[in-house]
Design a protein around this ligand. Structure first.
Ligand code: FE2
Length: 389
């Protein structure tokens, strides 16, 4: 674990049941005036989930402008359209409301609202990031991304089949509101997938090259919370379910705080390949990729891999060598995945002929691969993808 690092926690975090009704007041206290852009997906606005936020913005004397066209993976065309709306309306704040894609979309819009140039140029760094002129708030409706309090955004270029990652200190929301009541309508599949995304954020952050002593407790604690509360969120109802979902939402924010400091590694490189070429939900792809990502570095960092396994309840025979630790932790993780309903790639419609493109994508994703203790050969990756097909 590194002892020399920088640590940036960008967001004021409010965790409160019904906290979303405070959005307008908080926006006002942060200096918002005039119009506020609310970014979400059409399903979210259709369910009426956004209504209390709209009401709260109006009650604070602000004018809500709803952009409810956010799509999975934040395609660049949608971001461009939202950006046009933000500029045309002259909004003073952007509020992200939804899962990771709504937040990625809103982050890119808020970061570029005062800039000229194209979104992809911003992602590539040829349009330089500079301090935002408009406020950015984030209200998650899933328990996975942690994006509500991270400096990172992802935009999909469908034409180029590539997910661009932008990360800079201005991309972190000013305020994150964690309101578990907003997650009650999530399906068990969605809760499992998003919580495993959060687990992967912590597990990869904890086992990457850049891991440091200050983010370590956030990573370890959030993994422990997810192992405890994900099964409860899936097996209980009423107040017990709400309690479990609340803990998962907080754990996901903690995991976001852990990985925004140090980045991720192989698991997300593979998951992005699975997402781009197989259109599997990001969280499920992460869950399925993580066992390999951890096992593949067990000879370099056996103690850290073992610590993740112990959180999951894995048993290690005495004298167990580093390679065996990796194998056992990978198996334990696959077992945990199955227990929460995440079994295989084919469950999500992936076909054998798509695996090669996924492996090819993963070995070339420098941003995350380069943070792993070990570079995986494509053939090895392909073997693993076949195994989880
Ligand atoms: Fe993720």
């Amino acid at each position: 674990m590194l002892t020399q690092f920088s640590f940036h926690a960008p967001s004021f975090v409010v965790s409160e049941r019904n906290g979303c009704t405070k959005t307008g007041g908080l926006l006002k206290s942060y200096g918002a005036e005039g119009k506020v852009l609310l970014v979400c997906g059409s399903r979210t606005s259709g369910l009426g989930l956004l209504d209390p936020v709209v009401d709260s913005v109006r009650a604070a004397g602000l004018e809500p402008v709803v952009f409810d066209k956010s799509l999975p993976d934040a395609p660049v065309e949608v971001v461009r359209e939202g950006l046009q709306v933000a500029k045309r309306e002259g909004v003073s704040a952007v509020v992200a409301f939804g899962g990771g894609s709504a937040m990625d979309t809103a982050k890119a819009i808020a970061c570029m609202a005062h800039l000229e140039g194209d979104v992809l140029d911003y992602c590539r760094g040829t349009v330089a990031p500079s301090p935002r002129k408009c406020l950015l708030f984030a209200i998650p409706t899933t328990c996975g991304t942690g994006s509500e309090a991270t400096d990172i955004g992802v935009v999909l270029d469908r034409q180029g089949s590539y997910k661009y990652i932008f990360a800079n200190p201005f991309a972190g929301p000013d305020v994150a509101i964690l309101d578990p009541l907003l997650l009650l309508s999530l399906s068990p599949q969605m809760i499992a997938a998003t919580a495993m995304d959060a687990f992967s954020h912590s597990a990869e952050a904890y086992t990457c090259r850049a891991a440091n002593v200050m983010m370590e407790p956030l990573a370890l604690y959030s993994m422990r919370e997810i192992v405890t509360y994900l099964p409860k969120a899936l097996s209980t109802s009423g107040e017990a379910r709400l309690d479990a979902i609340e803990r998962l939402l907080i754990a996901s924010c903690m995991a976001g705080q852990a990985f925004t400091q140090v980045g991720l590694h192989l698991g997300h490189a593979i998951a992005h390949g699975i997402g781009v070429h197989g259109h599997v939900h990001h969280g499920a792809a992460c869950a399925l990729a993580l066992p390999y990502a951890l096992a593949s570095v067990s000879e370099e960092i056996p103690d850290r891999i073992r610590a993740v396994g112990e959180l999951l309840g894995a048993a290690f025979p005495s004298g167990c060598d580093a390679k065996e630790i990796g194998r056992l932790v990978g198996e334990e993780l696959l077992r945990f995945n199955r227990s929460v309903g995440i079994q295989s790639l084919s469950q999500y419609g992936v076909k054998e002929e798509q695996l090669d493109a996924m492996a090819e994508y993963a070995v070339h994703e420098e941003g995350t691969q380069g943070n792993s203790y070990r570079r995986s050969p494509k053939e090895e990756l392909l073997d693993y993808l076949r195994r989880i097909l």
